[in-house]
Design a protein around this ligand. Sequence first.
Ligand code: UD1
Ligand code: CA
Length: 451
Amino acid sequence: MAAGLGTRMKSNRAKVLHKLDGRPIVSHVCKVALALKPKGVFVIVGHQAEEVRAVIEKDFAAAKDQLAFVHQREQRGTGDAVMAAETNLAGENRTVLILSGDVPLVRAQTLTKLLEEHLSARAACTILSVRLENPTGYGRMIRDDAGGFAKIVEQKDATDDERQVREINTGIYCFESAKLVAALARIKPNNKQGEYYLTDVPAILKSDGDQVAIHLHNDAREVSGVNTRAELAEFENLVRRNTIRRLMLEDGVTFVDPSHTYVSSEATVGRDTIIQPNVHIQGKSVIGEACEIHQGSRVTDSRIGDRVIIKDHCVIVDSEIANDCAVGPFAHLRMNAVMEERSVVGNFVEVKKSRIGRGTKSMHLTYLGDATIGEETNIGAGTVTCNYDGKDKHPTIIEDHVRIGSDTMLIAPVRVGHGSVTGAGSVVTEDVPPNTLVAGVPAKVKKKLKG
Ligand code: UD1
Ligand code: CA
């Protein structure tokens, strides 16, 4: 169920689109749903349906055959949301697991247990519940004298006595689809919110003599919903602490200040890598062993080899850095920048969609865009690949063992041959043959160098 706006977020954006651990809340729920390998996953969308649908289709492109979207036209409550999926539930009886789009941390293991218990009890419905210190805001689980299920009462409809109950409905349930569909037709919006409550269904089943079971879970956080931004921040903190703890204890990563370091749970970091404060490692980044990442750097969806040093305040996005390289301080790699082994990119160097060959250095104040640079080449300070003519982007090719003089402008498309040298301040408008010194504006051949 992901159709609600999430009023308590005080946002123009649907709650399930807010990000936790770098991904929309609803993506966490879809991920766990797909992990159970069900026959199908139906995502009920309504508020900002197109956006919700788009993020899920993007995040789960590989699973698109298992995913379908159901449109809930008006958000008239959780019961109405499930009713919107009625045609998908009709026909042969199946076991349906209902998840809330705003409960992002629930684990597949917990849901598997719930399903097993549901099936072995032959229940029409099994509700996942938990006890909370502070149950305010949640639907309360009211039990009968024998300790079995009696009903669920929402906070707003509860009596003072009922509000004392600390056991709450997590909003996660198993239902037998035939019973669910039949009971949904009978719920009425006669409550304080004027909504169709899914939580009224279990009591209807029970009154029909069907079995309603409760599975009491022991980890409150895991099955709690995000309702406010304050809760979202708490969840973020919790996920982050768990990730960093796992990296320290299981993977041997050093964090100089764990509480001020931000690592996505989907990233991996190798043994003996040291991460300084205020580093962000985002997305599915892979960091090798024995690296150093200095303060203030951000690595997003990138692959970093072993023994790489990333000095302070670098931004590395969608890029790849091989073993024994050094980057920064203040370097920017983006759009599939590739650094081969032992290459160095220094301060105030931007590398976009370019490949830097083994052992090549570009130490200062340089822009390399759409460039392919060979091995053991040196790029002087202030070099610019002038790759854009105002309309199109053009490539620059610099072969092996080249020395590009300081402040060289390479007017692309252009190629500098193997072993050649450009003088400081050259504006290279034509291809430079191998083993040739060029200089000037525009650069002219000065002499042939020994090969
Ligand atoms: C719901 C439960 C409550 C439970 C709590 C656990 C009901 C009536 N109450 O309350 O017992 O303790 O979850 O977190 O079910 N949604 C739709 N369409 C709608 C309304 C909601 O898709 O018309 C979706 C929301 O996007 C959200 C989920 O259903 O993902 C839960 O809705 P929400 O409004 O947050 O329910 P709660 O008030 O938290
Ligand atoms: Ca909720």
